[in-house]
Design a binder for this molecule. Structure first.
Ligand SMILES: Nc1nc2c(ncn2[C@@H]2O[C@H](COP(=O)(O)OP(=O)(O)OP(=O)(O)O)[C@@H](O)[C@H]2O)c(=O)[nH]1
Ligand SMILES: [Zn+2]
Length: 212
């Protein structure tokens, strides 16, 4: 069973070495052999010729692909002292991401825009993209993914405000079912001053190029 607990461990740091948060998410171990057997059974049940030369190794490949998409990589959320007292918005736009829709196990993919208003510490810019990647690995809904990214940053940066927008296409909605190809879903999570102050919120949306 996959745990729904999303956890972090904090290195308390020293005077010279600031605290670094190592993000790790508790997930149950993956049994690749059992997953391979299950994919083989699924293909058979779906009427596919599992003995064909082309499909022989497909169950193993599919199991490995899902294992990759469901396994978050731990990383260190490096921060630095905000020595220059930078107090304007930091915004990283159009970070590509992909995740798996928990209803159909089909991908949804798009871009994330992540902004924050620093207080005492600034974060390594690549870490904003790593937070997105970390929470995108797993079975998700877009709303939860958006909020998890924002809450993680708020909790660990103690920023004055955090704003996250995801724009994504869900293949369960474009390839099959309603087949609304090209339809994109936008979700947002605004915390702190981004939630409380209309001007702060407006600046974020203006710089992302999004209407609000
Ligand atoms: N809110 C939300 N819904 C999602 C997300 N990803 C997929 N869905 C929706 O989950 C719903 C599942 O609905 P069901 O009626 O149980 O599934 P279905 O019969 O396959 O529905 P259709 O896709 O309409 O054919 C669908 O409306 C999907 O579009 C997501 O990230 N957030
Ligand atoms: Zn879906």
């Amino acid at each position: 069973m996959t745990s729904t607990a999303w956890t972090g461990t904090r290195d308390p740091g020293t005077v010279d070495q600031p605290p670094h948060l190592r993000l790790v998410r508790a997930v149950a171990p993956i049994d690749l052999e059992a997953a391979t057997d299950a994919v083989r059974a699924l293909l058979k049940a779906l009427g596919q010729d599992i003995d064909s030369a082309h499909l022989l190794d497909t169950p193993r490949r599919v199991a490995a692909a899902y294992a990759e998409l469901l396994t978050p990589e731990p990383f260190v959320l490096t921060t630095f002292p905000n020595d220059d007292r930078y107090d304007e918005l930091v915004l990283v736009r159009e970070v590509p991401f992909r995740s798996l829709c928990e209803h159909h196990l089909l991908p949804f993919h798009g871009v994330a825009h992540i902004g924050y208003l620093p207080d005492q510490r600034i974060v390594g810019l690549s870490k904003l993209a790593r937070v997105v990647e970390h929470y995108a690995r797993g079975l998700q809904v877009q709303e939860r993914l958006t909020r998890q990214i924002a809450v993680c940053l708020q909790d660990n940066l103690q920023a004055k405000g955090v704003a996250v927008v995801l724009e994504a296409e869900h293949l369960c909605m474009s390839l099959r079912g309603v087949r609304a190809a090209g339809a994109r879903t936008t979700t947002s999570a605004l915390l702190g001053l981004h939630r409380e102050q209309p001007a702060t919120r407006a600046e974020f949306f203006a710089l992302t190029g999004l209407r609000h």
